[in-house]
Write a new protein. Structure first.
Length: 441
């Protein structure tokens, strides 16, 4: 359902904005606003999922919100351009946690790259089929159809989410390095560890005292300004700060993700418009998107094997270089079929980046921060990259046309591959829960 819902919206989003009266600059502005909303919303959704409602309930809430917003976008026949841009941004904020929560739930119940790939490819399969179908539906009816289909699939997401499994919720600022609960050498305190419950064995002995949920929460609210350091990030930035506290190497990894995903962000905003400029139609736009998703499906098996054998840095670097290659093709061709063919090849690059990023965050962070970790990667790869593409794209197109835009994407892909080789771990293994307070659901 998540893959189908994403396809209903993203496959023709910029085309729908153009039909509502927005020009290239207006579409770029709306895309940037949507990306900003995406960036702001993800840490909020992640914090709520990891520390408050749990991941399935948060996914259900997001599905209901998107259903309402999609009806508001699709039903009014004369929706003003400004209102269309605002609703676009709000829908992006509502859809922001969909994929990250599905990934967070999936990595918590799988134990290797191949197992994750087998489940994750279902979203790509649904995205591929729906992308192609929604294009023909829109061509046969009108561009009001995709938002209505999005509303229906969003309700399906909300209904299905309530039946998904979940892990314990994190209690922030408790455990390793927390002022007042021990030193960095302490293993941390875990209240009701799900891993211990699942195995039926008692938790491993620890020199640190075990805290109840109430004691852990009171400790987490305590803020000692005289002893502030990196460990207090959890108190100031919520679950995102806790992630940076546990894994200080995250900023370099996220920089690599930003550079590598420039290709995906740029084509998501502007490739459909490029196809229309070259003489293609809405069906060509959705065919390009759907064919790329179709290639993702077998590619997930391949990249799962590559990541397991040669490490995440190998799969990430390959994905980034694939996007650089197809960007060179987009920059040098005026043919709609060749543009679509290159977009098809880019599906292999996307699956490589998706597997590498998801498993890298699993390897760096404990499962109680799964939604936060996936959210941090997604906010960088999807949100910040889209903001940069939405702002820089019109300027580059104005200076040198679409070829200059895609040339810049190619350069970013090559640099991202180099940074990623240094920043990404080898074979990704689940992180230990040590050093993190945990509250059972």
């Amino acid at each position: 359902m998540v893959g189908a819902g994403l396809a209903c919206w993203t496959a023709l989003a910029t085309v729908m904005l153009a039909a509502r009266g927005l020009d290239d600059a207006g579409i770029g502005l709306a895309a940037s606003a949507g990306a900003i909303a995406f960036v702001v919303a993800i840490p909020v959704w992640s914090h709520v999922a990891d520390t408050m409602l749990g991941r399935p309930r948060t996914l259900a809430l997001a599905g209901l919100l998107v259903a309402v917003l999609a009806l508001g976008f699709g039903l009014p026949p004369d929706l003003p351009p400004v209102a269309a841009g605002v609703l676009y941004a709000l829908i992006m904020a509502g859809m922001a946690p969909w994929l990250l929560l599905v990934d967070a739930i999936t990595v918590n119940v799988t134990h290797d790259a191949a197992a994750y790939a087998r489940i994750r490819l279902l979203a790509s399969l649904a995205f591929a089929a729906t992308s192609i179908a929604v294009g023909f539906v829109a061509a046969a009816t009108s561009l009001a159809a995709p938002p209505l289909l999005l509303a229906a699939t969003s309700l399906g997401v909300a209904a299905a989410a309530r039946r998904l499994p979940d892990a314990g919720r994190a209690v922030l600022g408790v455990g390793r390095g927390t002022p007042g609960t021990g030193t960095d050498s302490d293993a941390g305190s875990v209240a009701g560890s799900d891993s211990a419950s699942a195995s039926g064995s008692a938790p491993a002995p620890s020199s640190a005292p075990t805290l109840s949920s109430a004691e852990a929460e009171r400790s987490a609210r305590t803020f000692d300004r005289r002893r502030f350091d990196r460990r207090d990030l959890a108190r100031l930035l919520g679950s995102t700060g806790e992630a940076f506290r546990i894994a200080p190497g995250l900023p370099i990894l996220l920089l690599a993700a930003l550079l590598a995903h420039a290709g995906h962000a740029g084509q998501a905003i502007f490739l459909g418009l490029r196809i229309l400029q070259l003489g293609g139609g809405p069906a060509d736009v959705t065919l390009a998107s759907g064919s790329a998703a179709a290639v993702e499906i077998p590619s997930f098996f391949m990249w799962g094997w590559v990541a397991g054998r040669w490490g995440l840095r190998a799969s990430f670097g390959a994905g980034s270089l694939i996007y650089a290659l197809v960007a060179v093709i987009w920059a040098t061709t005026d043919s709609v079929p060749i543009t679509i063919l290159a977009r098809t090849v880019s599906g292999a690059g996307f699956s490589a980046l998706a597997i590498s990023g998801t498993l890298a965050m699993r390897s760096l962070l404990p499962r109680q921060l799964a939604a936060t970790g996936q959210g941090m990667y997604l906010v960088t790869a999807g949100g910040i990259a889209s903001v940069v593409a939405g702002v820089a794209g019109p300027a580059l197109i104005g200076a040198g046309g679409y070829p200059l835009l895609f040339a810049a994407i190619a350069v970013a892909g090559v640099v991202g591959a180099g940074v990623g080789f240094a920043a990404f771990p080898g074979v990704g293994r689940p992180s230990s829960d040590a050093g993190l307070g945990v509250r059972r659901i």
